[in-house]
Design a protein around this ligand. Sequence first.
Ligand SMILES: *Cc1c(COP(=O)(O)O)cnc(C)c1O
Length: 342
Amino acid sequence: MTFPRIDLRSDTVTQPDDGMRAAMAAAEVGDDVLDHDPTMRELEERAADLLGMAAALWVPSGTMGNLIALMHHLERGDRYLAPRAAHVLEAELGSGAWLAGGMPQPLDWSAGPGRIAPEDLRVHLGGDGPYYTLRTRLLCLENTHNFAGGAVTPPDEHAKLVALAADAGVRVHLDGARIWNAAVALGVPPAALTVGVDTVQVCLSKGLGAPVGSLVCGSAEFVAEARRLRKMLGGGVRQGGVLAAAGLLALDRVPELAADHANAARLADGLAALGWQVAKPETNIVIAAVPDTRHALATLDRLGVAAVAVPGGVRFVTHRDVTTADIDEALARIRADSTRTG
Ligand SMILES: *Cc1c(COP(=O)(O)O)cnc(C)c1O
């Protein structure tokens, strides 16, 4: 019996398909550090346009994109606010503090998973203390919020948060690693979710299936500075067009994320029917609460279903390399196992 592994650890496991590899092989390239690679330039212009931003810069990873934005916005000792468990707080090695010099302040999910209520944000924007108090300089939003289970912030709520920050003279960076998923879930263009932000970082290497690459976007002045910071961090690449060609193709695939969302809903419904405690997914991330994470992951692993641990549970992520039949197969294996073991 064949027993292929169904990899639901992350949408980053997606592999470039034949079409993408062909586009990479055929890419027109130049030295991007010296004077701009033509395919890089095409990708940056298209992404800026799609996101409603003035300019964009390709970066090798989302982590570097976020770091460049934080380094640009923060001076040493400046406070930055972010929803609890934001990727910039939990999964980037503390680089916002370590390398950008900021003081992180997590904010509670007072408006729902991964989301800050405007009234709660107002309290934290503060700024009226004496000279020796912390200066709040930046609000980092995350849409979708990864560790909140791919939770979506809708445009009206986003607009309220951004307006409050602007009133307080606080800048806004959006970690939009999965902004594409948020846009598809809401049925709005990605640019509807960046309104009023100073900078945004988006990933091409997750559900869109590119092997490498993110973009960090903002004003033309920001991107000029970001190019310097990228070089300083070792992220200046030469014939990057081979990677940008994959990114251009990835951008064509945004509408296809709807299939991942449908598969996530199917997985969540199937797990719930088997008695799992699972939140209804908003996009492509399914989080199930389990009493013993290690045991749950080991059982899943034995069944050939790969997931990852999150605090108090396990996380499954659907993506373009798993089909609806794979989801049904994963559920069938879990069902058969629970029948066998009671
Ligand atoms: C994956 C991710 C990043 C970082 O992207 P890398 O390319 O893995 O460095 C940043 N923010 C969020 C919300 C992510 O999910």
